[in-house]
Design a protein around this ligand. Structure first.
Ligand SMILES: Cc1cc2nc3c(=O)[nH]c(=O)nc-3n(C[C@H](O)[C@H](O)[C@H](O)COP(=O)(O)OP(=O)(O)OC[C@H]3O[C@@H](n4cnc5c(N)ncnc54)[C@H](O)[C@@H]3O)c2cc1C
Length: 387
């Protein structure tokens, strides 16, 4: 979002700034990258540049599932990449949650719940159609819960679920605020309300200044194609819809729930608040784009799910949407790109950014500081862009 000369008062033009590393994008990934870089290189000047405010993108709008992902995600990874690489990704995700717990969650008084995730199956047929001989959920620590082991409220409509733990329920805005607090205490600078639009050999240009930097990191996820057309071929911005409702007390479902065929995920935020997101398939084409918009079709679908599958009576509290960046293989692209300055990218988290994000940011920071030669994600797709 840019602002005009008339809307914003400029008494003097903004002076050019200088930094060692400039991170463009103040979401979970940009802030986490600043966290790791400031830990690895405390003497460097690190600056985060955010077009709106930190958390304005998907990071401040998601469902707060700090999870390794659904069992279906690992089944699909196994099919595409084989068991060994799927297993490596699982271990990477386990480490990501461990690091987030150790460095952020347990180091503060922010509220989070240690819980489990459940990937639900509606019928026995659905499960048998889904099962294959070359994917064993137990290798990924997903264990079957039959109908009678599900919460009572789910037994009427669900046949069973694969459960994985530990997983975390978080308030993403609190999580971001905590990372911000930590990095600011280490001297990381944060510039908000300023959009970057190009990288030149002299620095990064924004609407009102040039920021001179030795190294640049693009942490723009679904906004990468908006920043440069090179990214259009590999990252698709897609909206995701969310709905928060008030429910009656007594709906006793303590985990985080995925229903993959319905593309739905839901969880309770507190005793009387339930969050539900997904139903993208109801208007897949209409959800392509990097601007916020509430989709009536999808919101209706989410409400229908609450009534039909969960048997709930509810009152709508809030509806919203957010932009994710999807890659074809649904894994992020992390690495060095060719640009007029020493530049790296991290983006395309495809709905898994909160789970994989903290470890991915560490992976990138190791690359930027020269502590590693290639990203963990190179074994899936190598980054190759010329800006
Ligand atoms: C509704 C919804 C629910 C989700 N639920 C979950 C979940 O429960 N669990 C999970 O793991 N993942 C979830 N995701 C995905 C997850 O939120 C994202 O993968 C993650 O937040 C990506 O973080 P990011 O920092 O890369 O991107 P973003 O948070 O999008 O950050 C990018 C930032 O860049 C800024 N920006 C854009 N252009 C410019 C520019 N030119 N100059 C400067 N700044 C710019 C934006 O304002 C934005 O703040 C969900 C996503 C959505 C939308």
């Amino acid at each position: 979002m840019t602002t005009s000369h008339w809307l914003k008062q400029h008494s003097v033009s903004t002076p050019d700034a200088v930094t060692d590393i400039l991170i463009i994008g103040g979401g979970y990934i940009g802030l986490s990258t600043a966290y790791w870089l400031s830990e690895m290189k405390p003497d460097l000047k690190i600056t985060v540049l955010e077009g709106k405010y930190c958390g304005a993108g998907a990071s401040g709008r998601n469902a707060g599932f700090l999870t390794k992902g659904s069992v279906s995600f690992y089944k699909s990874l196994t099919k595409s990449w084989g068991t060994e690489r799927a297993q490596k990704l699982y271990d990477f995700a386990v480490e990501s949650l461990k690091l987030a717990h150790q460095h952020i969650l347990s180091s503060s008084d922010i509220t989070f719940d240690s819980s489990s995730s459940m990937t639900l199956f509606q019928t026995a047929d659905q499960l048998s159609e889904w099962s294959t001989s070359d994917f064993d959920p137990e290798n990924f620590n997903f264990f079957w819960k039959n109908q009678s082991q599900l919460p009572e409220a789910l037994q009427r409509k669900f046949h069973g679920a694969f459960e994985n733990s530990p997983e975390y329920k978080i308030n993403p805005v609190q999580l971001l605020a905590r990372i911000r607090e930590l990095i600011e205490s280490r001297g990381v600078g944060i510039i908000e309300s300023s959009m970057a639009f190009e990288i030149t050999s002299s620095g990064v240009n924004t609407e009102s200044q040039t920021i001179k930097a030795c190294q640049v990191i693009l942490a723009l996820n679904g906004y990468l194609p908006q920043f440069h057309s090179q990214f259009k071929a590999v990252i698709t911005p897609r909206r995701a819809q969310m709905l928060a409702v008030e429910i009656e007390a007594g709906f006793d479902c303590p985990s985080l729930y995925y229903d993959p065929p319905e593309r739905v995920y839901w969880r309770k935020a507190d005793e009387k608040t339930l969050l539900i997101g997904g139903k993208r398939l109801l208007d897949e084409e209409g959800e392509v784009g990097d601007f916020e918009k509430i989709s009536p079709v999808i919101q209706k679908g989410l409400e229908q799910y609450l009534k039909d599958q969960l048997g709930l009576k509810y009152k709508v509290i809030k509806r919203w949407s957010g932009t994710m960046g999807f890659t074809e293989h649904e894994l992020p692209l992390v690495g060095k790109i060719n640009a007029p300055l020493d530049t790296f990218m991290i983006g395309g988290f495809s709905g898994h950014g909160m789970g994989l994000g903290f470890h991915s940011a560490k992976d990138l920071a190791q690359l930027v500081t020269g502590n590693s030669k290639e990203s963990f994600f190179n074994q899936f797709k190598k980054v190759d862009f010329n800006l």
